[in-house]
Design a protein around this ligand. Structure first.
Ligand code: NDP
Length: 327
């Protein structure tokens, strides 16, 4: 396993990490969740991603029970939570990035995950109705209380990230170290263009999500619609409608042929493509079966590099390279 620095922090994170969205406490049983975590950890994965909203807190409970049972050395793994969407409550103050919700969400995550501190704590989305000062100060108080070690953002704009850093700098506080954006062959703008300058100005790290576009970057949706997959879940109809379309599937077919030509699978090609971006600190894998996780982690062995010729062929198939605005 390769380890990378999370931005300009001292923290080293495995290039592949493992997340629990949709799966833990929902799509899969707890024994599969445990097998997945054991396999990931044994392969050198040191970062496990979670959030208050995942299965309305249930995902953190499942992960917490597993962490307690396995009793790994606390120094050997990194665990995260994210606050913003709440864990199901609909009352005022049960969501967002106010000091009240961040404190309560952090304490709830610590209880559910059964850990004394979170290594990473994310603002899961920007909150337009809370002053940036309040959020930055709240995160710094949590650091000072020893409840979190590093804080970051998810799906913030470059402007919002820099505003947080301005507030932090003006008050001698710690700014966001990492951002968690979606990044995959079909979704590139933020990682490749919007944050481009921020990687060097503040040393931003990225923990990227949905590297397989929720499973579309596999061969399973090319033919007859498969059973027992994420995009077949009723509650995710919105995701299916938003992300499965003919133009994408035509590209998936071509990418799948290219992967076969290289002697690997499409998930392996798609994951390697994410990991070779030097501004990606870690690619968060998702899996509903151990077989998938084995195939995905094996990428590091079966596909040590991608030649410039292969990268050009991928660009031609994708035909979606985002460009910096020129003036
Ligand atoms: P992916 O895009 O990689 O999708 C994972 C899903 O694809 C699996 O659950 C499985 O679903 C399918 N899959 C994975 N590997 C294979 C394979 N080899 N062959 C066939 N199917 C495969 O990642 P996720 O969308 O799960 O995102 C990863 C993590 O990122 C999440 O767990 C979460 O921690 C984080 N995240 C963060 C978000 C944010 O807003 N910050 C948003 C979303 C995710 P199935 O078997 O059901 O088809």
């Amino acid at each position: 396993m390769e380890y990378r620095r999370l931005g300009n922090s001292g923290l080293q994170v495995s290039v592949f990490s493992f997340g629990s969205w949709i799966t833990f406490g929902n799509q899969i049983g707890n024994s599969t969740a445990e097998e997945l975590m054991i396999y990931a950890y044994d392969q050198g994965i040191n970062f496990f991603d979670n959030a208050e909203i995942y299965a309305n807190g249930e995902s953190e409970k499942v992960m917490g029970k597993i962490l307690r049972k396995l009793n790994w050395q606390r120094s050997s793994y990194i665990v995260s939570s994210k606050a913003y969407f709440g864990d199901g409550g609909q009352l005022p103050n049960q969501k967002g990035l106010s000091r009240k919700h961040l404190f309560e969400a952090c304490n709830a995550a610590l209880r559910r995950l059964q850990v004394e501190y979170l290594d990473l704590f994310f603002c899961h989305r920007p909150d337009k109705s809370t002053p940036m000062e309040e959020t930055v100060w709240a995160m710094n108080h949590l650091i000072q209380q020893g409840k979190i070690l590093y804080w970051g953002t998810s799906e913030w704009s470059g402007v919002e990230l820099m505003e947080a850093h301005m507030v932090a700098k003006a008050n001698n506080l710690i700014g966001p170290v990492m951002e968690q954006p979606q990044y995959n062959m079909f979704h590139r703008e933020k990682v490749e263009v919007e944050y481009k300058k921020i990687y060097s100005t503040v040393g931003l790290g990225t923990t990227i999500w949905s590297p397989l576009a929720s499973g579309i970057l596999t061969d399973k949706y090319i033919g007859k619609f498969p059973d027992n997959t994420r995009l077949g879940l009723d509650e995710l109809n919105w995701l299916k409608e938003r992300s499965l379309n003919e133009s994408k599937l035509a590209k998936v077919k071509k990418l799948n042929s290219l992967a076969k030509e290289l002697g690997v699978t499409l998930p392996q090609l798609a994951l390697k493509w994410c990991a070779i971006n030097p501004n990606v600190s870690t690619v968060i894998l998702g899996a509903s079966k151990v077989k998938q996780l084995k195939e995905n982690i094996a990428t590091l062995e079966v596909l040590p590099s991608l030649s410039s010729e292969v990268l050009e062929r991928i660009e031609t198939i994708l035909d979606n390279k985002p460009v910096h605005p020129m003036w």
